[in-house]
Design a protein around this ligand. Sequence first.
Ligand code: AMP
Ligand code: ZN
Length: 472
Amino acid sequence: MKSLILYNSDGRELRKFVPLKEGEAGFYCCGPTVYNYAHIGNLRPYTHWDVLRRVLKRFGYKVKHVMNVTDVGHLTDDGDDGEDKMIKGARERGMSVWEIAEFFTQAFFDDMKRLNILVPDVVCRATEHIDVMIDLVKRLEERGFTYEGGGNIYFDTKKLADYGRMALLERQELRHGARTQVDAQKRNPTDFVLWFTNSKFANQAMIWDSPWGRGYPGWHLECSAMSSKYLGECFDIHAGGMDHIPVHHTNEIAQSEGAFGHKWVHYWVHNEFLIMKGGKMAKSKGSFITLNDLLEEGYEALDYRYFLLGGHYRSQLIFSSESLNAARSARRSLMGRMADLLREAFPCSKDDLGLAVRARLEAFDTALGEDMNTPRALAEVWSLVKDDSIEPGEKLAALFSMDEVLALGLASAGRESRQVAADGELSLLLEQRGKARASKDWAAADRIRDELLSRGWKVVDTSDGSRLEKSE
Ligand code: AMP
Ligand code: ZN
């Protein structure tokens, strides 16, 4: 199995990936909160997690990828304050919370498809897993981690010895009071709500029965409950945005390790943010760029994928039209090279690859194995394209193989170019037949007509000349 090194936020070090079960990888990523369109920053993590999933598969793992869809409980401040994002979104658009969830979930998956992001093996909606969440709170209750305050059920962060371990909250003095304490019911500033019954929102439409009264779950609960349902109480990789380290993921760890009594996730991977020249892009601010905006400006979705892969997932990436234009030109030129190669040759079989091209593929895999270094992997693609010592057929085979991870649509360059080539050949044949007829070379004209027929085209001669029609 090829070596994959990942930067583990839990411990803050690069570590070789060793799965819990040989040959298998269980992988969860926090999904979207579906109260609005995803902005192009939101699409950054899902693109990189798609690469991670494809790399794991390439390296021989049987992958199970799980992603949630947050359709309840995510408050505007990521903690227990503010308003439920779904309610806010519904009010602003004059739709019900259920309608808004349906509409934006669909919009999100449309974006994923356009970006060639594979749909996770399991997509789980929070509202369909309330029972699993309730079970988790019960377990926490049995193990003495909860308390009731003003009708809500809280997690007592003092009860977990290493609460805030991944975020180093201790060092940042957040654990003991630096967070502003707005909820008077909380015993400690970092405590958080597991189950709200005393809803702050009179118009809360999404509520369920529970042992603690009718209410709804805290946001962090869904990820702990659903990931463990589908991947087990100890699994390999959990991914999400950097912004989730101090609150959301810290609290996910607290709930899960509190309930299960052991280490929960082995590798935590976090992406850095896409930032606009003018600063951070936030969905809650209302003004942001969506993939649709880019399409309307004439970019292709895969230009944006190329742009994203040009940055390492753990580095901030600055978005500007200049950098997106550069990505578009680079992708176009790559597609052009592909089309040229396809006109010249057919991809050779993997068994026929020579040493030089194998070395290039090896370098590509090494780049990906070193903490998913996609910028280096792209550079390897270009080195291969420009390497004159490698035969076109070998290049094609290697490029198709690389595109299994990059998913930049190189195969479609193939299809288009084959179509163009095929169309070109047909018109050439028709033209040659015309010339043969003009010079009364009937035998040659008939031979070409039969050739066209064997390719599925019937020649129709009219007073305006000859044209082709699909034969039955
Ligand atoms: P949300 O739908 O708001 O829950 O966010 C979905 C994901 O997008 C989360 O994992 C966030 O960490 C991530 N995210 C939000 N803004 C950005 C950004 N500007 N760049 C990269 N990731 C982001
Ligand atoms: Zn989550």
